[in-house]
Design a protein around this ligand. Structure first.
Ligand code: PQP
Length: 393
């Protein structure tokens, strides 16, 4: 028997404190049925990871949200990367692997490091600020569109666009409706920004469009792949940086440890991703009757993978709820796993490392000075506001 639970993982109360519900789902069994949405779910580390690795049994091509593309028309043109399986996925992923390769990202390191230093200096001069708007959003909104090769105007549109898409993976609830309320101008802007002529000749965008000349992809495909960059490149790292700053502010001993050894910056960012899991969930759809922990789940079933619950599963992690930048956190699923593992992780990790290293070298005190406000999103975990004071040292 698959346990049936009436947990709603897409409501405010759940987002305010998902951890008791995560534990209830993990403890109920390897796979559970969520009555409110008529979907199955996995929340234990081993089962989430196994599902991520078995793309043949668990397809992404029917959408990685709750909506089944085999039954419902997708709300936007499906992604050629996220919402595909091999062989199509292999072709687009190969290109994105090249565009976002470690060598390509390394070439941006100095510019990204300068931007991180400048940002922290500026925030120290101000003393008090909002760590979401002025740090977690400000940094990716500068460095990422620059790297893509976008013009300076309207970059902030990337935030509502990401908010829209990441809400769209969940049900058509009030969070989704609010996010798409004024969608038209944002969608039109994103589409226009994806065109070759809208982009500089040197960035990631140009690199994607260059593959058209090589005959690797069609022009229309290049535009949809640039759209993937614009969707995935800002909100994710915003919430990753937010998670890291929020962890360091709540665990002062950890911040002291980082200050004492700024070379821990990369490990600190990774641990924040494990603990907070900015991308909380994705769905898969079964391509055949499968068994999960001995329970049969029929073909065509939507299964919700709780990455955030897997990353705090006590079956896998000692002191799962504790931030510990020296733990061995490799294997966390905050960046996914398998063929769809985050293609932007190299860039995200560099951004996290550089911002945290600048904090470690320049800041002696990090202090939350007001009520943190959560941002509600059907997929992303993060804050809307985090009032903070920093002292140089
Ligand atoms: C988490 C691709 C990737 C990145 C797309 C798309 C959207 C979101 C993400 C999720 N994503 N990190 O539209 O192709």
């Amino acid at each position: 028997m698959i346990p049936a639970l009436d947990i709603d993982p897409f409501c405010k109360a759940f987002f305010d404190d998902p951890y008791p519900a995560h534990a209830a789902m993990r403890d109920a069994g390897p796979v559970v049925y969520l009555t409110q949405y008529d979907v199955h779910a996995v929340a234990r580390y081993n089962d989430v990871r196994a599902m991520l690795l078995d793309w043949g049994s668990y397809t992404s091509a029917r959408g990685v949200g709750i909506s089944d593309f085999a039954k419902e028309k997708p709300w936007r043109l499906p992604s050629l990367l996220l919402e595909t399986d091999p062989p199509l996925h292999d072709r687009t992923r190969k290109l994105m692997d090249k565009v976002l390769s470690p060598a390509a990202v390394r070439g941006l390191r100095e510019a990204f490091a300068d931007a991180a230093e400048l940002l922290i200096d500026d925030l120290l001069a101000r003393g008090t600020f909002d760590a979401v708007r002025d740090l977690a959003e400000a940094y990716p909104l500068t460095v990422f569109p620059d790297a893509v090769g976008m013009p300076a105007e309207n970059r902030r549109f990337l935030l509502p666009y990401g908010n829209m898409v990441f809400n769209s993976f969940g049900p058509r609830n009030s969070f989704f409706e609010a996010a798409v309320a004024d969608a038209e101008p944002v969608l039109a802007w994103v589409q226009a920004q994806s065109k070759r002529d809208a982009l500089s000749t040197t960035g990631f965008g140009a690199a994607i469009h260059a593959a058209v000349d090589d005959g690797d992809i069609a022009e229309a495909e290049a535009e949809v792949l640039v759209r993937s960059l614009l969707t995935a490149g800002v909100d994710t790292t915003v919430n990753g940086l937010c998670a890291a700053v929020y962890c360091l502010a709540r665990f002062p001993a950890a911040f002291e440890q980082l200050r004492a050894d700024p070379s821990l910056a990369r490990a600190a960012f990774e641990e924040a991703i494990r603990l907070e899991s900015p991308v909380q969930t994705f769905f898969r759809t079964t391509t055949r009757d499968v068994t999960i922990g001995g329970e049969m789940v029929p073909e065509g079933t939507k299964i919700l993978m709780f990455l955030g619950a897997a990353n705090r599963d006590p079956r896998r992690w000692d002191q799962a709820d504790t931030f510990d930048m020296t733990r061995r956190n490799a294997g966390h699923v905050g960046f996914g796993a398998g063929i769809h593992a985050c293609v932007g992780a190299v860039l995200a990790r560099m951004e996290g490392e550089l911002v945290l290293a600048a904090l470690a070298r320049k800041v002696s005190r990090l202090e939350i000075t007001g009520e943190p406000k959560r941002r509600y999103n059907n997929t992303l975990r993060g804050m809307a506001s985090l009032p903070m004071r920093m002292v140089a040292g």
